[in-house]
Design a protein around this ligand. Sequence first.
Ligand code: SDX
Length: 427
Amino acid sequence: MTEVAKLELDGKTYEFPVIEGSEGEKAIDIRKLRGTTGYITLDNGYMNTGSCQSGITFLNGEEGILRYRGYPIEQLAEKSNFMEVTYLLNFGELPTAQQLSDFNEEVGHYASLPGGICNMLSHMPPAAHPMGVVSSVTSSLCAFYPEYLKMPLPPEMRRKAVCQLMAQVKIIAANFYRRTVEEKTHRSNPKLGFAADFLNMMFASESYKVDPEVASALDTLLILHADHEQNCSTSAVRLIGSSEANIFATVAGGIDALWGQLHGGANQKVLEMLEQIQNAGGTAKQFIEKAKDKNDSFRLMGFGHRVYKNFDPRATIIKKACDTILKKLDVHDPLLDIALELEEAARSDSYFVERNLYPNVDFYSGLIYKALGIPTNFFTVMFVLGRLPGWLGQWKEMREDDTLKISRPRQIYTGPNTRDYVAVNKR
Ligand code: SDX
């Protein structure tokens, strides 16, 4: 017997079905609400609203649980690799050895960019923010691959899109980095593996050799960023993709949404915050007080989360990886000490404890990127590379949903009531 939710409105009782997910989460299905009652719901920030049903990622914010297709993030971070996780997110199951080899080969077909795209990158101002460059150049790929404009894409084209974007966004990012340091670009060598290939494209020189442990640490970081259910940028991807916009425009929209400092842009802001504290010679306690002061615009970047009201399981893993990789590279970064002091001070402060504010995925990740030699303004590009398989998987799931409708929320109008136009200015 289907559970129902009863709603009393204007003296009438309405019933709406309750749906339950595979992990016992429940929702009131209000798809017929306006048609039967004339009412809509209002939920700023969609804090209580589910936008879809998805089989990709499960989060439990109260218990700090994160699973990709049922596999706990801790196990994937320890035992899997980024391309295997990319396959899992996009095709639903872990690949066999042959399937993974075939997938890597298909991604490897796109080891370069069209000449026109290389031209665009070589004419971008070196001082441009990499997120704006990666977004605009990714969107421009549609000019060179018009076959993707014929929407809706057939299944084989959806798989091609996954393979092509996994390869080309990485190359766009690395090639623009080389532009910023005025170095010649270095060709992708997919046989190195995703993370090692990226590091090689970024830092290739006579003396540079990719350290396998460094590449493995980056691979783990990418796994930890790969998907996170209906976060802001993934919701942007779903919304844009629902209009049958091409995949390049859709992913570019995800990149732009991620750029915001309240979202993926926070990893850059965390580093800048730690440097601000270091330069001010301030103590963690002083800056914790600033973060609590409503009249002070200072926020503890890298802290807090809409869903996690417990430890962000990714932050726990990243914090350990940060320690390991800095030791391995023999890097002693005073900013790590400041970060640890901030975390300790915040976790013993009632303001943060009462609001369940814990370090999130962005709090320690930047310290690893910095140790790898990645410039601060490229940190959110690293988040793009990690989140790309999640965006693609969620886009693919949405496109394969035969109940899909274009996303078009309603609103409650609060402007002027009807009034007649009286000409004030000459026409
Ligand atoms: C990501 O959604 C995802 O899954 C995102 C992500 C992913 O993988 O896709 O996990 C990636 O975006 C992580 C979040 C990165 N952003 C930051 O680190 C920026 C700093 N954090 C905050 O701006 C904030 O915590 C958010 C944006 C992350 C969450 O904001 P919410 O859920 O809207 O919470 P809120 O702003 O309403 O805060 C609730 C209370 C408020 O105080 P009161 O009004 O109750 O007195 O907590 C306070 C806030 O002022 N608060 C903070 C704080 N975060 C929340 N106070 C100081 N410092 C902070 N960082």
